[in-house]
Design a protein around this ligand. Structure first.
Ligand SMILES: Cc1cc2nc3c(=O)[nH]c(=O)nc-3n(C[C@H](O)[C@H](O)[C@H](O)COP(=O)(O)OP(=O)(O)OC[C@H]3O[C@@H](n4cnc5c(N)ncnc54)[C@H](O)[C@@H]3O)c2cc1C
Length: 354
């Protein structure tokens, strides 16, 4: 007699053994998967683009990616950034293959910092000090020096892929039209995490109108002088972000709301080089040789009013949302991962200890 095959009776699977499904394998989905796996959860990531891909709509492939304290955010969100810093610093110290590096930073401010500014970063960053007036250019109000961390996504995303696989996580390449499609694909699962970035604008059962694409374009300048970060904090949005492991620096930036062009705009590129030269002339020459330059174009998953982070019970399922990180997905990454782990643990507790 042959074996009988029975349809899976998902009602018999204990809650903690049901895989957690993450939609999206950018830095938010992958950082969350890593943190959940380290806690012993079973995780499946479903995404159209996976670590190593280079589509412009896959923001995580293109980020700078600096940890810079965001201004204008709540104490709760500052703490999420601080947690992220803690994890990134540990990776920089213990796992060089993660592509995370500790770098010296200089930040020049056009105006005196308000209480709500990025000044809170001094409670997190190492070696923070106010610069003396002779240490910053004369047209600025003040300046800071500190150590921060930068993440090179060309190393970090492949590192995360390997880490997730080694911890028992699974990737499935698939584009879905809705979260409901995932519920059908994984009937046994109870916890779903929407980390789909700008995808949340179009998923049929999300359609978050606050989401919008925000194009970024950077210049990568190959140079051995790649250990110091520079920020211009004020009206002009200019940075020089080092990538020590890629032997160069990322020059930026620009934010173009609703632009989806994959083509390099050479006027923007020339302007970014000129601004970076004014900010850090000792790193960026006025006319860098053409063969030392390459260009980066990516779409940030931005959201009016800031990112979404919440948990909702819909019937028997728990839907966690974590998207809309705009220009700060790496700075928030692992802190968001830990916040989502806390939400998952709460859901598990509510369903185990009745
Ligand atoms: C030029 C540039 C510079 C930047 N610099 C910095 C920086 O210095 N510091 C910093 O912190 N951040 C920076 N960022 C921002 C950072 O890149 C983003 O905030 C971050 O990558 C967002 O990650 P995410 O996981 O939310 O989204 P994404 O990386 O866009 O990933 C979204 C995932 O969801 C999947 N997905 C979406 N819809 C669907 C669907 N319908 N079906 C299946 N899969 C779907 C995608 O395939 C993908 O896997 C920069 C961004 C750019 C473009």
């Amino acid at each position: 007699m042959g074996e009988c095959s029975h349809p899976v009776d998902s009602s018999n699977i204990p809650f903690p053994q049901r895989p957690i499904i993450i939609l999206g394998a950018g830095i938010i989905g992958c950082a969350t998967a890593r943190q959940l796996l380290l806690k012993g959860f079973s995780v499946i990531l479903v995404a159209e683009y996976l670590p190593g891909d280079q589509n412009i709509f896959y923001a995580s492939a293109w980020a700078g990616a600096a940890w810079h304290a965001a201004g204008g955010i709540s104490p709760e969100y500052r703490y999420i950034q601080a947690v992220s810093y803690r994890h990134l610093l540990k990776m920089a110290r213990e796992e060089p293959e993660s592509g995370v590096c500790i770098v010296d930073s200089r930040e020049y401010l056009e105006d005196a910092p308000s209480e709500n500014s990025s000044i809170w970063g001094k409670t997190v960053l190492s070696k923070f000090r106010d610069l003396n007036p002779d240490e910053y250019p004369p047209n600025f109000n003040c300046g800071w020096a500190y150590e921060s961390v930068v993440t090179d996504p060309t190393h970090h995303m492949p590192y995360l892929r390997e880490k997730i696989l080694a911890l028992g996580g699974q990737f499935i390449r698939k584009r879905v039209a809705s979260l409901s499609e995932l519920y059908t694909l994984f009937p046994e699962s109870r916890i779903f995490i929407n980390a789909s970035g700008v995808g949340s604008k179009t998923l049929h059962d999300v359609q978050d109108d606050k989401c919008f694409p925000e194009r970024g374009q950077n210049v990568f300048f190959r140079t051995s002088n790649c250990n110091t970060m520079y920020f211009r904090n004020g009206k002009e949005y200019t940075y020089v972000i080092p990538r020590p492991q890629s032997h160069g620096v990322v020059l930026g930036g620009v934010k173009q709301r609703d632009s989806l062009s994959p083509d390099v705009d050479m006027d923007i590129a020339r302007d970014e080089i000129a601004r970076a030269h004014r900010l850090a002339p000792e790193i960026v020459p006025e006319n860098p040789p053409e063969d030392s330059l390459s260009y980066i174009v990516g779409i940030r998953p931005s959201r009016e009013g800031g990112f979404r982070l919440d948990s909702k019970q819909i019937g028997a399922r728990i839907i966690l949302s974590a998207y809309g990180f705009g220009g700060g997905g790496y700075a928030f990454s692992y802190g968001i991962g830990d916040a989502l782990v806390n939400m998952v643990e709460k859901a598990e507790r509510d369903n185990i200890i009745l």
